[in-house]
Design a protein around this ligand. Structure first.
Ligand code: HEC
Ligand code: HEC
Ligand code: HEC
Ligand code: HEC
Length: 186
């Protein structure tokens, strides 16, 4: 092999490595906050997911950690302030434990268990064009960070590690938080 082919092999190896690294970086999507989803998912016509979520317990999951009951549970574990404890926050807020650089400007801890707790960090999929392409089946949501929530998703929090764990019947509980998009009339 002459030095010229070594040169080209070098270039190709370099490109393969950097594109791999860039892709790995792309996978780190930012949490944009439930408010960012509201722009398009608030109206009745499109399913009012934001309104339904706001009325659900999930939207209160952070606030509830300031209640007397929360303090009582925490005190037994030697925890002073549940709203500051990793042991409670891991299931009561969105994106707990991720690097601060991945929390967007509209991310709010007060939103508790927000849209992105179930659907995945939104920076990669929240654009209208992207959302429409996913919805039309032209783009696999998973490639831009959109998670299709299933029973597994819920069980990350609804499990025996929860101090107030109640039996989790997926089908039944899913009904309680349902926010389907109405079918378009044609
Ligand atoms: C700029 C508008 C816009 C924003 C912002 C937006 N969406 Fe969407 N989303 C849409 C549109 C449009 C659709 C397609 C549904 C339709 O045509 O009614 C959609 C579809 C979806 C779907 C269904 C995808 C599928 O598999 O069919 C989910 C889930 C979703 N959005 C979640 C979110 C979440 C979570 C956020 C915030 C992180 C968000 N969206 C932000 C416009 C938006
Ligand atoms: C990030 C953690 C987390 C995930 C993921 C999660 N939940 Fe929850 N869920 C909670 C917390 C915390 C509460 C309690 C909030 C409160 O009481 O203020 C809750 C409350 C609920 C409630 C109300 C329960 C009651 O007793 O009133 C329902 C129903 C529910 N979740 C269903 C689901 C379903 C279905 C999924 C999956 C699609 C899911 N949750 C995913 C953390 C989570
Ligand atoms: C493994 C996830 C998980 C952890 C860890 C967790 N929680 Fe929860 N918490 C939940 C879920 C899920 C619910 C909804 C009710 C249920 O099914 O247990 C909930 C509900 C609650 C409620 C409302 C209960 C009610 O009946 O009104 C309080 C208060 C609470 N948690 C306090 C705490 C405190 C305090 C800590 C930390 C010591 C904590 N949680 C840790 C998942 C968790
Ligand atoms: C506790 C988990 C959870 C939270 C929080 C949550 N969703 Fe969902 N979402 C689901 C589940 C489960 C489905 C149904 C998925 C399925 O049937 O495949 C769904 C479906 C959807 C769909 C598609 C509906 C359809 O008919 O195709 C949209 C759009 C959506 N969610 C938007 C949102 C938005 C916006 C928020 C926040 C305001 C949000 N979701 C919060 C779990 C959640």
């Amino acid at each position: 092999m002459n030095s010229r082919s070594f040169f080209w092999i070098g270039i190709v190896a370099f490109l393969l490595t950097t594109s791999g690294l860039l892709q790995a970086q792309d996978k780190k999507y930012k949490y944009v906050g439930s408010k960012s989803c509201a722009t398009c998912h608030k109206k009745e016509k499109t399913g009012a997911a934001y309104v339904k979520w706001q009325e659900s317990k999930h939207a209160e999951a952070y606030t509830v950690l300031a209640s007397d009951k929360a303090r009582e549970i925490a005190a037994k574990k030697g925890i002073d302030d549940p709203q500051k404890s990793d042991e409670c926050l891991q299931c009561h807020v969105t994106g707990h434990g991720v690097d601060a650089s991945l929390l967007g400007k509209k991310y709010k801890i007060e939103d508790g268990v927000g849209c992105e707790s179930c659907h995945g960090a939104g920076s990669g999929y929240k654009k209208k064009k992207t959302m429409k392409a996913i919805s039309a089946g032209k783009l696999d949501g998973a490639t831009v960070g959109l998670i299709k929530p299933d029973e597994e998703t819920c069980r990350k929090c609804h499990n025996e590690k929860s101090p107030t764990y109640k039996e989790f019947d997926y089908e039944k509980r899913k009904e309680e938080i349902a926010h389907p998009t109405p079918k378009k009339e044609s």
